[in-house]
Ligand binder design. Sequence first.
Ligand code: HEC
Length: 176
Amino acid sequence: MTGTTLARLMVAGSALTVIAAAALALDEPPGKTTAARPSVAEARQRAKLLHGVIHDTLQVVHARYFREGDRIPIPAASLDLVFQEMEERDGVAVRWLVVDGKAMNIDNNPQDDFERAAAKALAAGEDAHEAAVDGAYRFAGPITLGADCLKCHLPSRSSNKSRTAGLLISIPIEKP
Ligand code: HEC
């Protein structure tokens, strides 16, 4: 693990509420979420920050807190609860996306044209896929499925090379 990754992980570990804070504009009074919607450029920056924090949080929770075989919740499913809170509080919609590997939860399969295109792009190794339509900025970024993940995510694999899942983030933006 590199120093930079470690530094990012410390940020990620300190508090998941940072995620929510990052999704809010700082020029808003605290606790108020109804201010003007961000531009596409601002929404892109927020989505990238959220993607990095959520990616690293999932990896740390797996490495440090998850033991296969114990009856403890699957980290991706626990983070779904965080995503629900974010959507209710901040209007930022976040979901996992199945890219390659089998769907562990079929709710995470691509559900529309954007998500199908995103899954293709991430499978091809792109580091982001985005669109801005109908008052929303939509972002998809990769989630690394390393060898430890594959025993569940791709049991019938022929090699242990890393595979990819994805994270979908949708942020309301200003109307053109
Ligand atoms: C012990 C088996 C197991 C291991 C090991 C495992 N996962 Fe999962 N994973 C699951 C299950 C089960 C779900 C479905 C959870 C749900 O939504 O109910 C899941 C869901 C996910 C999802 C959502 C996409 C999907 O297919 O539903 C992501 C992303 C994810 N896991 C990432 C990881 C990462 C990253 C690792 C390794 C660091 C990992 N998982 C290791 C069992 C596992």
